[in-house]
Design a protein around this ligand. Structure first.
Ligand code: ZN
Ligand code: ZN
Length: 109
């Protein structure tokens, strides 16, 4: 596990063992380099800000995103159904016009 050994050394102090990792960029950090914001561990204020922005934008995007995908699914299904109906109608008209006329006569139209 070469990667594990690399990750356990602080990014800023190569002679120090990392005790935590940045939540945002996953950089290994020693106790001195840790920036604690709202109980989470970051390497810098920039990463803390990015995480806050990501968390703020994540939830509102999820709802409409799911709604939009369901709406798109319904729209595409309706479109498919209409397309299929038109195709069957054209097919019936082109291929079975005699058969259709028989049915129309049977119904007395
Ligand atoms: Zn970071
Ligand atoms: Zn350090």
């Amino acid at each position: 596990m070469v990667k594990d050994t690399d990750m356990s050394i602080c990014v800023n102090h190569t002679n120090r063992a990392a005790t935590a990792r940045c939540v945002t960029c996953h950089k290994p950090l020693c106790a001195e380099c840790i920036v604690k914001v709202k109980g989470s561990t970051y390497c810098s204020q920039t990463c803390a800000d990015n995480a806050a922005r990501f968390n703020a934008g994540f939830r509102p995007e999820r709802g409409p995103g799911l709604f939009a995908s369901i709406k798109n699914l319904i729209v595409s299904l309706v479109g498919l159904a209409i397309g299929l109906a038109v195709l069957v109608g054209i097919g019936a008209y082109v291929l079975n016009i005699g058969f259709c006329q028989k049915i129309i006569k049977m119904l007395g139209l």
